[in-house]
Design a protein around this ligand. Structure first.
Ligand code: SF4
Length: 251
């Protein structure tokens, strides 16, 4: 299981950076390793590769992660933290670890970037975050618009897409703040939007991110973003799966 590769028996998780990154200067970014998907456009795929995970970053306790994030929040006078990189929630242990990080981080909003698969497979995990409801924003990245499309984009079984929508449904029911995001170039946005409407997601104010990521637009529940071809390995994989890459927007 991928979670076992990025966590140890002391509850530490592997991270490769905690910094204020130019792609999201409004936030402190916490970057982890390891993911349960293998998206063809993943910019972090090298650090998520199970054979290479231990080469990048180091294992940290939740308090160590929060201390570093708090130091940067103070230094840059910021109020938002985001966790990104690999997948933040890979099972109970990583979810429990993350809840502890969020508890100890002194910020206004903590954005959890997630593909939603484990949260939908096991929605009880949301309970670990219920006391942090006012602070958390779950940004759920929808990787496919149907089974075939999901499988093609993530190299995982197509029916896992149902877990993603289950996560969205559960988060709504539990009154968590969510943002549903998808990549315009590799999914059918209209198809996803229809499904989100059925789940009660407000898609009337769609946020189309043309440009750099801007954190702080929490009034939206639906975001359309664009593939960033920043690395040669992303381009190579995209070409292999989609037969194209050069005509996709480079940001
Ligand atoms: S879910 Fe995110 S981190 Fe995981 S493979 Fe896809 S793009 Fe990469």
């Amino acid at each position: 299981m991928i979670e076992d590769l990025v966590m140890d028996k002391f509850g530490r998780r592997r991270y490769w950076a905690i910094q204020r990154h130019p792609c999201a200067p409004e936030a402190v970014s916490i970057y982890n390793n390891g993911c349960n998907l293998e998206c063809v456009y993943c910019w972090n795929s090298i650090r998520n590769d199970p054979k290479r995970i231990s080469l990048y970053g180091r294992l940290l306790y939740p308090e160590e992660v929060a201390d570093k994030a708090n130091e940067l929040l103070r230094k840059w006078r910021l109020s938002i933290v985001r966790v990104s990189g690999g997948e933040a929630i890979l099972g109970f242990n990583s979810a429990h670890h993350l809840a502890k990080v969020i508890e100890s981080t002194k910020c206004w909003k903590f954005v959890v970037e997630t593909n939603g698969v484990e949260l939908g497979r096991n929605p009880i995990l949301f309970n670990l975050f219920s006391h942090l409801r006012d602070k958390i924003v779950f940004r759920i990245n929808i990787k496919g618009s149907d089974y075939d499309n999901f499988e093609r984009n993530t190299l995982r079984p197509g029916h896992w897409l149902d877990y993603v929508f289950k996560a969205i449904e559960s988060a709504k029911k539990m009154r968590f703040k969510i943002i549903c995001a998808c990549m315009e170039e590799v999914v059918d946005v209209d198809k996803i939007e229809k499904r989100l409407i059925q789940l009660g997601v407000d898609t009337s104010k769609k946020f189309d991110k043309k440009g750099r990521i801007k954190y702080g637009h929490f009034e939206y529940e639906f975001e359309v973003e664009h593939i960033k071809i920043k690395y040669p390995w992303t381009e190579e994989k995209l070409r292999k799966v989609w037969g194209r890459a050069g005509d996709l927007k480079c940001i």
